[in-house]
Design a protein. Structure first.
Length: 288
């Protein structure tokens, strides 16, 4: 229950972050937004962890997997925020919900987790919802849709890496390593990507970093406390936030296909949650 509660809060923070980034990418490059965001998170980690945390990064013997996770997440952010320029926030988030479905499949293939048939059923319903929201053959541009799906795949893989790395490294250490790597990668693009944002834009980028730090830490803790295939469906709760923010900020009313897809995705999450609740009661009754 603690892992589930943490996941819901973390995904809400990511929805707020997504809305702010979509607002900024209209006039600023993804690279500079990620640079300020990652620098903010890096500094927050150092303030909290100080010298012991920095030493933990330096002496870690698992820099390879940590760097791989950082590269995977960076690629996911670049694809996702590039797609944000062309899609409504509600469309973007709905299509991105291929990620939890991919986590379920990858958790079986890479982590050898046992997934009961109810989760597979929920995954199937959610996959249909994503297809409906993508509206194949419709009037939606294929490029941002494909970028969003690629971002979902990369994010799903990063969640699997979290489960593998968390057995050896702390949550704060993973956050510091990944975001410090982001800073280096993004800083290398400054000669071509910097657009001289004003004080208000920089403040918003810093706020994105703070929200992102909170969301990252909370989600890393949730994945530490429970199997990846169980936590993943609770990402669906951010659909409601995305639809509300999309309407309140931009006045966007999504296409009917997006509503139908979102309804199927929420139904898939409800199926998984209900089956887990019933299984928990059964185990309790049997004294397991």
């Amino acid at each position: 229950m603690a892992a589930i509660a943490l996941a819901v809060v973390g995904y809400f923070l990511f929805s707020v972050q997504d809305a702010a980034v979509k607002w900024l990418v209209a006039d600023h490059t993804v690279w500079e937004i990620l640079l300020v965001r990652s620098l903010t998170i890096t500094l927050l980690c150092l303030v909290i962890g100080r010298a012991p945390l920095a030493r933990q990064v330096l002496v870690s013997t698992r820099k390879g997997p940590l760097l791989l996770r950082g590269v995977v997440i960076l690629a996911a952010w670049l694809c996702y925020y590039r797609a944000a320029r062309d899609l409504q926030l509600a469309e973007l988030v709905t299509i991105y919900f291929a990620a939890p479905l991919m986590v379920t499949a990858l958790s079986v293939m890479l982590l050898k987790e046992q997934v009961r048939w109810q989760r597979w059923a929920g995954t199937g319903v959610g996959f249909i919802g994503v297809i409906v929201a993508c509206q194949p053959g419709g009037d939606v541009s294929a490029v941002p849709v494909l970028l969003t799906l690629l971002a979902a795949l990369l994010w799903a893989y990063s969640n699997i890496l979290v489960r593998q790395i968390s057995a050896f490294e702390t949550t704060m250490m993973q956050m510091l390593f990944s975001n410090a790597a982001f800073v280096l990668f993004c800083a290398a693009t400054l000669p071509w990507s910097w657009t001289h944002p004003g004080a208000w834009e920089i403040a918003l980028m810093v706020a994105i970093g703070i929200a992102g730090a909170g969301a990252q830490y909370i989600l890393l803790e949730s994945f530490r406390l429970a199997p990846a295939s169980l936590i993943a469906p609770f990402e669906y709760t951010s659909l409601l936030s995305a639809f509300a923010l999309s309407f309140l900020i931009w006045g966007d009313v999504p296409r009917i296909a997006v509503f139908l897809g979102a309804a199927l995705i929420i139904a898939s999450g409800a199926l998984v949650i209900g089956s887990e609740w019933m299984d928990g009661r059964r185990r309790a009754s049997l004294g397991e």
